[in-house]
Design a protein around this ligand. Sequence first.
Ligand code: MF3
Ligand code: CO
Length: 291
Amino acid sequence: MAVKIGRNDPCWCGSGRKYKKCHEAFDEKLEMFRLKGFPVLDHKLIKTPEQIEKIKESCKINIAVLDYVGEHIGPGVTTQQIDDWVHEVTVRHGGIPAPLNYNGFPKSVCTSINDVVCHGIPSEDIVLKEGDIVNVDVSTIYNGYFSDSSRMYMIGKVSPEKERLVRVTKECMEAGLEKVQPWTPIGNMGHAVHQHALDNGYTVVREIGGHGVGLEFHEDPWVSYTSEENSGVLMVPGMIFTIEPMVNMGKEDIWQDEEDGWTVRTDDGLPSAQWEIMVLVTETGHEVLCW
Ligand code: MF3
Ligand code: CO
């Protein structure tokens, strides 16, 4: 714990207001929950109103990019073309694609088709065909602030089984969103996601989860979508994280391609779907910042 701030000192959040008029009550409440045994996040991960405004600007670009993809995607499009669109639209808006060179990722976006769970690398050799389902995962840096969201696209006419997977995965994300309430543990959110998937005969990937986001691409906490109720860090106003479950039609087991170092696939070869939104915890509930 850091040195206690004086009540008349400037607040740690950078608002310029006196601590007693700003986050003192918040800290007291946080401390009360901490003493009750709830894990709480570091102050640094609580965003100030100014930071939230900047993050929202980044989100606007991310949303515009995904809208653009939705208007142009279809059979015959290569995933390299999607990469080109993402790069061009992002840069045109003054942003930088966050995936490019991130831990050595070679492209500007992840494109994950059918049994690819996530982190698919765009390529000229990968052509979308009728019946495919594809996740396009876009992340933007704008003025140093990060946004991250992904959507599923159905290519031409898709089988009812795949269509149902895509729909139910979105419902899982929405079921999680409903549980985003301040001063409750994040495990409730992940549990709701998982339960809806199980109720529909699907499984949820355990090893890969969501994350805090905003000042960095990936911040704490790591977010599970197979969590137990009443577990995990406390959600508090000002916290921003992603809800991005990967839902599998078959078993939950996955493997990573060792050759490209990125592509994650289902073990059983059955399809997987993912939707990702960025959520802000507010005083009264939540606000979706990016979708
Ligand atoms: N966009 C992914 C996420 O939702 C992360 C991709 S990392 C990359 O967290 F390097 F593959 F881009
Ligand atoms: Co993410």
